[in-house]
Write a protein that binds this ligand. Sequence first.
Ligand code: FMN
Length: 167
Amino acid sequence: MNLGLTILKGRRSIRKYKEQKIEENIINDTLESARYAPTARNAQAWKIGVIRNKETLLKISELASHGKFIKDADACFAVFAEKEHQYFVEDGSALTMQIILSLWSFGVGSCWVAGHGKEYAEEVQKILKVPEKYTLISLIPAGYPAEVTIPKKKDLEDIVFTEEYKE
Ligand SMILES: Cc1cc2nc3c(=O)[nH]c(=O)nc-3n(C[C@H](O)[C@H](O)[C@H](O)COP(=O)(O)O)c2cc1C
Protein backbone atom coordinates (compact mmCIF):
# COMPACT_ATOMS: atom_id res chain seq x y z
CA MET A 1 0.00 0.00 0.00
CA ASN A 2 1.38 3.46 -0.77
CA LEU A 3 2.04 5.94 2.02
CA GLY A 4 -0.98 8.11 1.25
CA LEU A 5 -3.36 5.16 1.47
CA THR A 6 -1.71 3.94 4.66
CA ILE A 7 -2.41 7.31 6.25
CA LEU A 8 -5.97 7.50 4.89
CA LYS A 9 -6.93 3.95 5.84
CA GLY A 10 -5.14 3.99 9.18
CA ARG A 11 -6.87 7.09 10.55
CA ARG A 12 -9.22 6.60 13.48
CA SER A 13 -11.05 9.08 15.67
CA ILE A 14 -8.91 9.40 18.80
CA ARG A 15 -10.59 10.47 22.02
CA LYS A 16 -7.93 9.54 24.59
CA TYR A 17 -4.61 11.32 24.56
CA LYS A 18 -1.18 10.93 26.13
CA GLU A 19 0.18 13.88 28.08
CA GLN A 20 2.98 14.24 25.53
CA LYS A 21 2.97 17.63 23.82
CA ILE A 22 2.54 18.02 20.09
CA GLU A 23 5.71 19.55 18.68
CA GLU A 24 5.36 23.10 17.35
CA ASN A 25 6.56 22.12 13.87
CA ILE A 26 3.74 19.57 13.61
CA ILE A 27 1.16 22.20 14.48
CA ASN A 28 2.73 24.59 11.97
CA ASP A 29 3.00 22.00 9.19
CA THR A 30 -0.62 21.02 9.80
CA LEU A 31 -1.76 24.63 9.49
CA GLU A 32 0.40 25.08 6.42
CA SER A 33 -1.17 21.99 4.84
CA ALA A 34 -4.65 23.21 5.80
CA ARG A 35 -4.10 26.21 3.52
CA TYR A 36 -4.21 23.86 0.56
CA ALA A 37 -7.67 22.43 1.25
CA PRO A 38 -10.12 22.97 -1.61
CA THR A 39 -12.78 25.67 -1.42
CA ALA A 40 -15.67 26.53 -3.72
CA ARG A 41 -14.54 29.35 -6.04
CA ASN A 42 -11.25 29.26 -4.12
CA ALA A 43 -12.91 31.52 -1.54
CA GLN A 44 -10.78 30.39 1.43
CA ALA A 45 -13.35 32.18 3.60
CA TRP A 46 -12.34 30.56 6.84
CA LYS A 47 -10.37 30.91 10.05
CA ILE A 48 -8.63 28.27 12.10
CA GLY A 49 -8.23 28.73 15.83
CA VAL A 50 -5.49 26.84 17.68
CA ILE A 51 -6.29 26.52 21.35
CA ARG A 52 -3.77 25.15 23.83
CA ASN A 53 -4.69 27.06 26.96
CA LYS A 54 -5.93 24.47 29.49
CA GLU A 55 -8.64 26.72 30.94
CA THR A 56 -10.05 27.45 27.51
CA LEU A 57 -9.94 23.76 26.58
CA LEU A 58 -11.86 22.98 29.75
CA LYS A 59 -14.49 25.64 29.02
CA ILE A 60 -15.04 24.33 25.50
CA SER A 61 -15.19 20.72 26.68
CA GLU A 62 -17.90 21.63 29.17
CA LEU A 63 -19.99 23.07 26.34
CA ALA A 64 -19.50 20.34 23.74
CA SER A 65 -22.03 17.63 24.56
CA HIS A 66 -20.06 14.90 22.75
CA GLY A 67 -16.63 16.42 23.18
CA LYS A 68 -15.88 16.10 26.87
CA PHE A 69 -12.44 14.72 25.97
CA ILE A 70 -11.43 18.13 24.54
CA LYS A 71 -10.15 19.01 28.01
CA ASP A 72 -7.52 16.23 27.78
CA ALA A 73 -6.22 17.26 24.37
CA ASP A 74 -2.90 19.01 23.99
CA ALA A 75 -4.43 21.27 21.35
CA CYS A 76 -7.82 21.88 19.85
CA PHE A 77 -8.31 23.34 16.40
CA ALA A 78 -11.52 25.28 15.86
CA VAL A 79 -12.65 25.68 12.27
CA PHE A 80 -14.80 28.69 11.42
CA ALA A 81 -16.22 29.68 8.04
CA GLU A 82 -17.89 32.84 6.75
CA LYS A 83 -21.59 32.07 6.87
CA GLU A 84 -22.44 34.35 3.91
CA HIS A 85 -20.34 32.16 1.63
CA GLN A 86 -22.63 29.73 -0.23
CA TYR A 87 -20.49 26.65 0.42
CA PHE A 88 -19.26 27.42 3.91
CA VAL A 89 -20.21 24.01 5.32
CA GLU A 90 -18.48 22.09 2.53
CA ASP A 91 -15.39 24.30 2.66
CA GLY A 92 -15.14 24.06 6.43
CA SER A 93 -15.59 20.30 6.26
CA ALA A 94 -12.84 19.90 3.66
CA LEU A 95 -10.57 22.00 5.86
CA THR A 96 -11.45 19.88 8.87
CA MET A 97 -10.43 16.67 7.13
CA GLN A 98 -7.23 18.25 5.86
CA ILE A 99 -6.27 19.10 9.45
CA ILE A 100 -7.23 15.66 10.78
CA LEU A 101 -5.26 13.83 8.08
CA SER A 102 -2.24 16.12 8.38
CA LEU A 103 -2.08 15.44 12.10
CA TRP A 104 -2.46 11.72 11.53
CA SER A 105 0.44 11.75 9.04
CA PHE A 106 2.62 12.73 12.03
CA GLY A 107 1.08 10.07 14.28
CA VAL A 108 -1.04 12.64 16.09
CA GLY A 109 -4.61 11.54 16.79
CA SER A 110 -7.65 13.77 16.66
CA CYS A 111 -11.40 13.63 16.44
CA TRP A 112 -13.95 15.68 14.53
CA VAL A 113 -16.28 17.11 17.17
CA ALA A 114 -19.47 18.55 15.71
CA GLY A 115 -19.70 22.33 15.64
CA HIS A 116 -21.99 23.47 12.82
CA GLY A 117 -25.58 23.89 13.99
CA LYS A 118 -24.84 22.78 17.54
CA GLU A 119 -26.44 24.62 20.44
CA TYR A 120 -22.99 25.42 21.88
CA ALA A 121 -21.55 26.85 18.64
CA GLU A 122 -22.23 30.50 19.49
CA GLU A 123 -20.89 30.16 23.02
CA VAL A 124 -17.63 28.64 21.73
CA GLN A 125 -17.40 31.48 19.21
CA LYS A 126 -17.81 34.04 22.01
CA ILE A 127 -15.15 32.39 24.18
CA LEU A 128 -12.72 32.56 21.26
CA LYS A 129 -13.80 36.14 20.39
CA VAL A 130 -14.46 35.24 16.77
CA PRO A 131 -16.40 37.94 14.81
CA GLU A 132 -20.06 37.27 13.98
CA LYS A 133 -19.55 36.95 10.24
CA TYR A 134 -18.00 33.53 10.95
CA THR A 135 -19.68 30.41 12.25
CA LEU A 136 -18.26 27.32 13.91
CA ILE A 137 -17.91 24.27 11.67
CA SER A 138 -15.92 21.85 13.81
CA LEU A 139 -13.70 21.37 16.81
CA ILE A 140 -10.66 19.11 16.42
CA PRO A 141 -9.04 18.07 19.71
CA ALA A 142 -5.63 16.54 19.08
CA GLY A 143 -2.91 14.66 20.91
CA TYR A 144 -0.78 11.54 20.76
CA PRO A 145 -3.12 8.52 20.96
CA ALA A 146 -3.46 6.79 24.33
CA GLU A 147 -6.17 4.49 22.99
CA VAL A 148 -7.28 3.61 19.49
CA THR A 149 -10.76 2.25 18.87
CA ILE A 150 -11.47 0.46 15.62
CA PRO A 151 -15.02 1.09 14.40
CA LYS A 152 -16.52 -1.34 11.95
CA LYS A 153 -16.73 -0.03 8.40
CA LYS A 154 -19.27 -1.08 5.78
CA ASP A 155 -18.12 -3.34 2.96
CA LEU A 156 -17.54 -1.71 -0.41
CA GLU A 157 -20.45 -3.57 -2.01
CA ASP A 158 -22.79 -1.95 0.50
CA ILE A 159 -21.80 1.61 -0.40
CA VAL A 160 -20.72 1.61 -4.05
CA PHE A 161 -22.68 1.37 -7.25
CA THR A 162 -21.32 1.36 -10.75
CA GLU A 163 -23.11 3.32 -13.47
CA GLU A 164 -26.62 2.86 -12.04
CA TYR A 165 -28.02 2.14 -8.58
CA LYS A 166 -29.30 -1.40 -8.03
CA GLU A 167 -30.53 -3.02 -4.81
C1 FMN B 1 -19.66 15.76 11.08
C2 FMN B 1 -19.07 14.88 12.15
C3 FMN B 1 -19.34 15.14 13.47
C4 FMN B 1 -18.79 14.37 14.49
N1 FMN B 1 -19.03 14.70 15.79
C5 FMN B 1 -18.46 13.98 16.77
C6 FMN B 1 -18.63 14.38 18.13
O1 FMN B 1 -19.27 15.39 18.43
N2 FMN B 1 -18.03 13.63 19.09
C7 FMN B 1 -17.29 12.52 18.78
O2 FMN B 1 -16.78 11.87 19.70
N3 FMN B 1 -17.09 12.12 17.49
C8 FMN B 1 -17.65 12.82 16.49
N4 FMN B 1 -17.43 12.48 15.18
C9 FMN B 1 -16.54 11.33 14.85
C10 FMN B 1 -17.34 10.10 14.46
O3 FMN B 1 -18.01 9.59 15.60
C11 FMN B 1 -16.38 9.05 13.86
O4 FMN B 1 -15.81 9.56 12.69
C12 FMN B 1 -17.10 7.74 13.54
O5 FMN B 1 -17.54 7.10 14.72
C13 FMN B 1 -16.21 6.77 12.77
O6 FMN B 1 -15.02 6.52 13.47
P1 FMN B 1 -13.60 6.80 12.78
O7 FMN B 1 -13.48 8.29 12.61
O8 FMN B 1 -12.58 6.25 13.76
O9 FMN B 1 -13.57 6.11 11.46
C14 FMN B 1 -17.97 13.26 14.16
C15 FMN B 1 -17.68 12.99 12.81
C16 FMN B 1 -18.21 13.80 11.82
C17 FMN B 1 -17.86 13.53 10.37
